[in-house]
Design a protein around this ligand. Sequence first.
Ligand SMILES: [Zn+2]
Length: 184
Amino acid sequence: MWVYLSTGYPQRTTSKKGGLSTIEIHLFLLSNHKFMICKFASNPLDQLVITQKFGENPAFYKKYGMNGHNGVDFRTKFPDTPLGRREIYAVDDGVVIKVVRAKLGGYGTYIQISHEDGSMTIYGHQYNPHVELGQKVKAGEVIGISDNTGDSTGAHLHFGYRRASPNMYNGFKGYVDPSSYLNF
Ligand SMILES: [Zn+2]
């Protein structure tokens, strides 16, 4: 996570034990206009074209016990990747805490990364993860290739974000809208 000072250079926040959590940083930002916004250090893809926003299609996601889409979907089919198989990048430094290889159901083949500030990101519907459980990854590192596995009607990347200590009963299984953390 980066914090941009309005007067100078970006500063890396480490948010270790006893440091500021992501939520605390945001509260500070609201009460002190010297700061602008926290962003992920990297985007999950080299092109961000949203095909489904957070919270959309509540009727479809009712079967998962959710109030709507619990992440953001991005197009991965472009002229240079007609099958929708693009490289997926870790958005921040972290550790891979889950690797699932499945053709059918939910997120299909997906991984989860735990980040230094206690937040977590998920990258769903993959073709082939390039990381193993417990592996340390750096922001911008290739972690897999996108595809159409799981409950998906076309190749895309499902990207989800949980803050530290998420409210698992928020109607989206603890996930929140990651849009404002991405670099469009
Ligand atoms: Zn999705």
